[in-house]
Design a binder for this molecule. Structure first.
Ligand SMILES: Cc1cc2nc3c(=O)[nH]c(=O)nc-3n(C[C@H](O)[C@H](O)[C@H](O)COP(=O)(O)O)c2cc1C
Length: 183
């Protein structure tokens, strides 16, 4: 088994995250990893926002502004505070005759997956989340997205407070077949 295969097979999303978040030098490397995502026609269809400290409180207010009841607002206000750092991964698509938008979203997703691996290999944890807030126009506007842009994920980042049990794995035969079927 190679080191990379081992890292991938042992990757786990971590929902319970606390301070400290990665420092600037590591964060820079994590984003360099994101930028190694496969990218048809080299459109660089992604950009990222890093939110920490008071920014997380402001994001909570933005989330809360989408809710109708006080109870809901309270819940949404607390959401970004589940980690010391949150990275918003944004697909910023370019019109291209050979590269439909879905491919540009996929490239953003590949970057996020690389970031998760990089974080874990450096001793930190991450959790990729979306939910209705990622698709809410008020949230997108509040974060400064252009009309054509979309949120691929909120990546919660921090130190792992306690690891979650690993997710059950499928056996390869459950999701891989040869084509055409052997007679
Ligand atoms: C696009 C995308 C959005 C996701 N959104 C959420 C979410 O909002 N809430 C959540 O609990 N898990 C979400 N997940 C799943 C987790 O990030 C994680 O992959 C899942 O809990 C399985 O854990 P594992 O990554 O350790 O296998 C999302 C995953 C993807 C790819």
């Amino acid at each position: 088994m190679t080191e990379v295969i081992d890292a991938i097979l042992n990757r786990s999303s971590e929902p319970r995250l606390i301070a400290p978040a990665p420092d600037q030098a590591l964060l820079e490397q994590v984003f360099e990893c994101a930028a190694r995502a496969p990218d048809h026609a080299l459109l660089r269809p992604w950009r990222y926002l890093v939110i920490e400290g008071g920014g997380l409180v402001r994001l909570g207010e933005l989330f809360a502004s989408t809710a109708d009841t006080e109870a809901e607002k309270d819940k949404l206000r607390r959401m970004p505070l589940r980690a010391p750092m949150l990275v918003v991964a944004i697909t910023s698509p370019t019109e291209h005759p050979k590269v439909p938008e879905v491919e540009q979203v996929l490239s953003t997703g590949a970057g996020l997956a690389y970031m998760l691996l990089a974080l874990q290999s450096a001793g930190f944890g991450g959790m990729w989340r979306t939910g209705a807030l990622a698709y809410d126009e008020r949230v997108k506007q509040g974060l400064g997205l252009q009309a054509e842009e979309s949120i691929a994920g909120f990546l919660y980042v921090g130190s792992v407070a306690d690891s979650k049990p690993s997710v059950p794995r499928l056996s390869v035969a459950e999701f891989v077949r040869s084509w055409p079927d052997s007679p």
